[in-house]
Design a protein around this ligand. Sequence first.
Ligand SMILES: NC(=O)c1ccc[n+]([C@@H]2O[C@H](COP(=O)([O-])OP(=O)(O)OC[C@H]3O[C@@H](n4cnc5c(N)ncnc54)[C@H](OP(=O)(O)O)[C@@H]3O)[C@@H](O)[C@H]2O)c1
Length: 348
Amino acid sequence: MTIPLRPFGRTGVKVSALALGTMMFGSRGNPDHDDSIRIIHRALDAGINLVDTADVYSQGESEEIVGKALLGRRDDVFLATKFHGQIGDDPNHFGNSRRWIIRAVEDSLRRLRTDHIDLYQVHRPEEDTDFDETLGALSDLVHHGKIRYIGTSTFPPSAIVEGQWIAEKRGRERVVAEQPPYSLLARGVEREVLPVAARYGLAVIPWSPLAGGWLTGKFRKGASQPPSSRLTRQPGRFEIDAPENAAKLEAVSALAELAAQSGLSLIELALGFVLAHPAVTAPIIGPRTLSQLEDQLGAASVVLSPDVLAEIDKIVPPGVTLSDRDRGYQPLKGGGTALGGAALGGRA
Ligand SMILES: NC(=O)c1ccc[n+]([C@@H]2O[C@H](COP(=O)([O-])OP(=O)(O)OC[C@H]3O[C@@H](n4cnc5c(N)ncnc54)[C@H](OP(=O)(O)O)[C@@H]3O)[C@@H](O)[C@H]2O)c1
C-alpha cells in the first residue's frame, strides 16, 4: 500500500494524502508513550509524512511524544503544531499576542526536540487581538528560521481573507494553510471556507474526518452507548440518546448502508468523501490505538464514484452540518482542549 502525495497548497512541498493527528496521544487519550510512538512509526512507515499536534493536546504531552517519536526521523516529516489555547493558569499564556507567540514557539520547539516547525498554526482566531500583531510575530519567526510556514485553524472565511489582505498590504508573510472541521456529518465549510481557501491557493487539512468517532460505525441507532474517549469531555456531543444527535444517528445508518452497497467500510467512505473535495489536501486522521490506525490507512487510495457522491448528497446535503457542536467554533480557554467549550455560533 502506498499513500499518494499531494501538493501542499502552492508551497511546492508534497505531503501524504492522509495526515497523522496526535491529539489522542497523552493523558487525554492513550497515556502509553511507547504505544503512541509505535503508532507514529507505523504511520510514517506506511508513507504518512505530515504529522499534526498542538501545544494544548494533553498540555504539551502530545508534543513531547511526537518529539521522542521523531528522533532520527525529523527530516522526513512535515511537522505541524499550533498555539493559542490556554496553557496552565496564567491569563497571558493564551491567545494570539506577540508576547505569547514568542514564548509558546520556544516551548513547542523544546518539547518537539527540533529547531524548526514546518507549519505553525493559529489554533483559533482571537477577536481582542489585531490579526496584524499575530502575523507580524509569525513573520519574524519565519525570518528567524524557527518556523517555515504559517497556518490557521477553524477560521471563518472573512478572517481567512483578512489574513491574505494584511500580508499583502503590510508586507507580512502569507498564511498558506487552513485546518477546518470537515466530515460527512459536518459539511458547513463547503459553503465558503473551502471555496475561499481554493481561491487563495491554501492547503486544507481537515480535522475530525470521522466526526470524532461517529463515522466509525460504533454509534448505531437503537444500539447501546458505545465506549468513547470523548464521552467525559463532551458528554452531549457523544451521547447516543441526546436529542441533538438524532439527525447524526439517522445519517450514519444511511451512510453505513451506502458504504456496504459500495463495497467499502464506513471509515473508507468517510475518509474517501473528505479526500474527494478538490480544495482538500489531506484529512488529519486521529487514531488512539494501532488497530484504529490500520483501519484508516487503506482509505488513502479510495476514490468515490460520482454516483456514490450523489447518494451522499441525498443523505447529508452539501453545506449542511447536522449538529451545532460539530461546527468547531469553540474557544480553547479553560480546559485547554480543542474539543470543549461553548459554541461561538456563526458560520460553517
Ligand atoms: N484544529 C482543531 O481545532 C482540531 C480539533 C480536533 C482535532 N484536530 C486534529 O485532527 C486530528 C483528528 O481529529 P479527531 O481525533 O477528532 O479525528 P476523528 O478521526 O474524527 O476521530 C478520532 C476518533 O475516532 C475513533 N476511532 C478512530 N478509528 C476508529 C476505529 N477503527 N474504531 C472505532 N473508533 C475509532 C476514536 O475514538 P475513541 O478514542 O473514542 O476510541 C478516535 O479517537 C487530531 O488528532 C488533531 O491533530 C484539530
